[in-house]
Design a protein around this ligand. Sequence first.
Ligand code: UT7
Length: 306
Amino acid sequence: MAVRIAGIGTSLPAKVLSNQDLEATLDTSDAWIRERAGIVTRHVGGITSQLGIEAGNDAIKAANISADDIDLLLLSTSSPDQRFPGTSAQIHAGLGLNCGAFDVNAACAGFAYGYVAAYAMMMLAGGPKRVLNIGSDALSTLVDYDDRSTAILFGDGAGACVMERHEQGELLAFDLGADGDLAPILYCRHGGTIKMAGREVFKKAVRAVAGSIEATLKRAKLTPADVDVVLLHQANIRIIESVCTRTSLPMSKTFNVIETTGNTSTASIPLAMQHAANQGVLEPNKIVLMSGFGAGMTWATLVVRW
Ligand code: UT7
């Protein structure tokens, strides 16, 4: 038994914030942001629950099923609408689901963590047959728009996938990691805004993600040449390039949306997945590698046979 992705859905708020818009209020430039981060526009003004409902609805439609067919909702987010109940409860109500629901917070690695957790639960006897795995974040609600080191990076969005028991779609290997000593380099306190030591996060991320990818491929007994599609967390195009260089994965296998979405945290991998699906590359038996990293620090890599 395995698990396939039966449907993907995404949502981005309508409001677009361009580099030019940021130039007007910050000591920054379109050229600097493009060159140092690879971002041109990002979407803002979103609400985590609403984005999650839209993406979830989309994924359910794409899977050709109804809300009643979902056996479990797993939401990853680090920008919940409130302390409690979990934002998954609001999404549960918004989608009219009839199943269990819970939140996961592994920051930008949330979707990849959620994928592994959902997969494991689906393997249990009597476990869910279909899980709606949603990553939704509205980081614009946590950004200090006077801080040029973070205001240029983050945007809002959600991505969802219906994971379904099937004979195809094997999880070949995974790696979950965390280093809580690194919490001070990227955090957001209750009522506060995002604080980030960008250069430190950059360096640690490249090292952690490259190591995690190498460990995962080794466990799967695969080489970089075996991988067909690479979906990396969309934080900075230079991080993606550095990880590719270190791991010998060619950039041509990566599918990226960062230019138009910025860093959407846990939503970035499913947004990149939808982009790859639109290009027609997510065909059965393709080897797909996903890797996310973020505050914690946390990181998670998985390699699946699509
Ligand atoms: O989702 C996971 C978490 N987030 C990340 O993965 C983000 C990781 N970090 C990054 O993406 C990059 O570190 C940034 C894009 C945040 C910054 O790029 P950088 O190349 O690491 O720049 P830096 O912080 O080393 O700063 C280089 C220079 C500095 O000026 P001096 O000291 O050389 O005079 C900064 O003050 O660039 C300056 N700078 C800016 N200039 C124009 C920093 N931010 C900006 C800006 N516009 N927005």
